[in-house]
Structure formats: structure tokens, C-alpha cells
Design a binder for this molecule. Sequence first.
Ligand code: ATP
Ligand code: MN
Length: 533
Amino acid sequence: MLDLEIKAHHKSLADLGIETSKKVYWNLSPAELVEHAINNKEGVLTDVGALMADTGEFTGRSPKDRFIVKDNQTKDTIWWGDVNIPFEEAKFDLLYNKMVDFLQDKQLYVREAYAGADEKYRLKLKIVNTLAWHNMFCLNMFLRPSQDELKNFESDFTIICAPEFKANPETDGTRQSNFAVINLSKKILLIGGTAYAGEMKKGIFSVLNYILPHEHGVLSMHCSANKGKEGDTAVFFGLSGTGKTTLSADPKRALIGDDEHGWNEDSVFNFEGGCYAKVIDLSREKEPEIWDAIKFGAIVENTRFYKGTRTVDYENSEVTENTRTSYPIEHIKNALIPSQAGIPKNIFFLTADAFGVIPPISKLNKSQAMYHFISGYTAKVAGTEVGVTEPKTTFSACFGAAFLPLHPTKYAQLFGEKMEKHHVNVWLINTGWTGGPYGIGSRMKLKYTRAMITAALEGELDHVAYRTHSVFGVAIPETCPNVPDEVLSPRATWEDKYAYDRKARELGAAFIQNFEKYKEFATEDILAGAPKW
Ligand code: ATP
Ligand code: MN
């Protein structure tokens, strides 16, 4: 029998106060982590060699349990409220010590990694996990240092993630037993009581969303990005489920990243080293790049097999609709590595408008671009309760308010400066409903959305005729290669035109009401981009 016993690493966790009696595994390879995950009964293999794991009680992030420590550094800089909930310094120390105690008899997996493809702005992470599959998630999602870089790796931010550790809300300052607490001064992210791995990824995103704009004037963005053959960069902003990951995977363009980027003086760079794609109803036909990325090295979360097989049934939503896969970006054939490219030539705002009002593609002027960036609109389909069919509007500033530690106007200001400085085409794309609202119409065909984006990127919409939307004032192309003309005008796809006009005005009114809170920031120039009728 081969002896492949992994040698204990000599690095220590003493600087964190962690001294466990069990083994600490540093920077294991995918093969080693998969073996551990299976031995620990954390997951199983699928027939394509991916590791399948469940996230347990939490199948998504828990925004109400995401805290930021309020101290001298943060008290006047953070945008406190529902998104950034304050946590007492003393409670953090208590919770930290409790977690360290808890880890004393646990086997641990430690990973050293980067967040940020640009060396100048990267964060050096040390991640301490109790679960091997979590450590593999971090291997996939963060950037992987070379063996050489690992020799003298000095981290500057730590994640400790122990799902088995449950806080006591009575004494620990949390809301429930689960929590994610960011301490920006001590540079620690503590996660407990939840095994949703996305908390680690989005926790570090929030940290970068603080550091980069605040300390370096770099705009951080909740967007995907890719690069064309001519070297032109495109970025795709959008809230969850609007198509960032799906639409950035384009065989004709090199993938920069699918979710988190920075925009500095002269480039756009990925924060991550991998992708985290939704897999509900995934098919090879519609999303070949993502389908092919699911192989050894990838993780699939909360999925189920066809009975009696090890083949994942992507239509199965029995655990959650939010089934996911994470894989290193190299699993995408035309990934750009290092993941950094020039200033964007095209920006797409993706919205999944379940009201069926927003045109599938339209062009925004500068005012409209600012207005829509700050608004961050999408509309979610209603819950699955019987009889509830009316979609719900969501306005999330900068298309990612949940991850913004600073006031949204800080990001909007940086965005505005970049819009002034560079000539960028800004497009609004509705990947949501057409032919009527959710319940009557249907979701825009992915192949049409792809065709519209391709046309915009290849300059094919530069010389076509446009008409102006009656409420939103945006410019709608009258023709687009590979898309039937009638699909381009949402009003034309509705049977009841008056119903469309009513809905459009209602949605316009919702935009205006939402924008009230930015009154003080909004200049006349920005307000010129508001809907009117
Ligand atoms: P998150 O921030 O949660 O990662 P995301 O913006 O990356 O979300 P995607 O993972 O790309 O969202 O999800 C879009 C989903 O919608 C995919 O499952 C995709 O197959 C589906 N879809 C259906 N029609 C379209 C369309 N016209 N355009 C884009 N996506 C579509
Ligand atoms: Mn995504």
C-alpha cells in the first residue's frame, strides 16, 4: 500500500491563539481535500469527479446575522443600518476567545490565499476551517499563491469558520446561533453556526468593498467581467440571479471573473480565483462552459442525484433553488489569467424584471447610467405561496448594497468620476420577463439575451435606429441581429398595451420613491436620468 500520509506542516497558528491537540493541515491539494471530505463524511463524489456537499440548515447567506465591529476606526466610516449591523468590540473579543477554545480539540484545515488579482491591492488571507470541503471552497474561490509564494506567506486578514460552533445570543451579542462578524481593525472574519460557504466569499468581498474605495480610491464592484479579442473589457453588474455568471461565460470572450472586481486607475481586476455558479436547471445545451467546468476539482452544493446513480439531477430543488457549483477559474477554457484587463468599453446593468416592463436591451445616457447604478433595480418573482403571483421590486444600491460597508454614494461618486473620465457605453439588460409579468409572460430566452449582448459588444447596435421608452426614457434599438424585432419592444410583447403602460408608470413611481433617500446626493444631472411620464 502506498504511504501517502500527509506530512504535518511546520507553520503554526499560535499567532491566532489556536493550539489544537489534533492535526492541522496546511494548504492541502484538491485530491487531498477531496479524500478528507469523503473520509470525514462531509460529501460524496459525483460521476464526473466533483465533490458534492450539503451546506446544512443554511442554503444561502444570512444577511441579518452579518455584523461589523464598531470601534474608533469604523464608527464614523461605516454605513450603519440593516446592511451593516454594529457589533460591540468587547463582545467580539469574547466570541473570538470562545471560538479559539472550541477549536482546541478540532482537526483543522488552513489555507493561505489572495483576494485581488492586482498585486498592489490584494489581501493576503489565512483561512482556518473545520471542514475540508470549506477549505476546498476557499481553494477554488480565492487566488492560489505559488509554492514559492507560500514559503514566506505573511497573511494580513484571517477567516475563522467553524459551522459546528454555535453562539449564545444571550451572552455573545449575536441575533441567533449563526453569525458572520467582520472586525476591520483586527482584520478577522469570524463565522459560526452556518456551513454556507458563500459567507466566507462575500465576507471578504465586503472587506474589500471597505478597504479599496476608502483607502485607495479604487471602485469595487459586484459584477462579472470579460474581455474581447480586440482587448475590450465588458463588465456586467447585477443582483443575484440576474445573469452575471451565465452571461460572462462567453466562448468568444476571455473570462475575467464572474462576481467581484475592482476598477483602479487603468484596469479592471478580479478579486477571486474561481466562480460560484447557480446550477438549478443547468443544461449543457444552454450553458456549456459552466457544465464543462463541473469535473474533478469542482464542488456542487445542495444538489441531489437521479435515484440509484451518481449523476446530478440539476432540476432537483428539494434542498433549495440556490444549488451551486464552485470551481477554479481555470476550469473555464478561455479564462484570463492573471484576471486583469483594461478600462471597460461596455458596461451592462443586468436586471431580472419580473414585471416585464424594462426593455430587454436599451442604451443609457450618462444621467441614466448614474441613476440606474444608484437605484440597483431588479424584481424577484414572488414566493411559492399559492395565489401570490405579484413580483416584488428590489432596489439595492450599486447592484450590491448587501456587501457595501460604506454609504452607497461613496461608490456612486467613484463610478461617476470614471464615467466622466472615460467614454463607456452603458446598457440596461432585462434578463427577466417578456410578454407580460411573471405568471402571464415568460422569461427572456437566454439565446436572445446572449445575441443582444454580442451585438452591443461587436458594435452592431451603433448604427441602428432607436426609439425612446415612454417612461424610462432609455433608448431601445429597433433591430438587433439574431433577435426578432418584436422581442425588442416590451410593450409590443404584451397583449394588453394599456396594462403595460400602467405597469410601466407604476414601476417608474417605485424608482422615484426609492430614490428619495438619495435626495441630498442627487444632482440635477443625475435626476435627469429618472423615469418621467
Ligand atoms: P449571483 O450573484 O447569485 O451569483 P448571478 O447574477 O451570477 O447571481 P446567474 O448565476 O448568472 O446569476 O443566474 C442567472 C440564472 O438565470 C441562470 O440559472 C440562468 O440559466 C437563468 N436564465 C434564464 N434566462 C436567462 C437570461 N435571459 N439571461 C440570463 N440568465 C438567464
Ligand atoms: Mn454569479
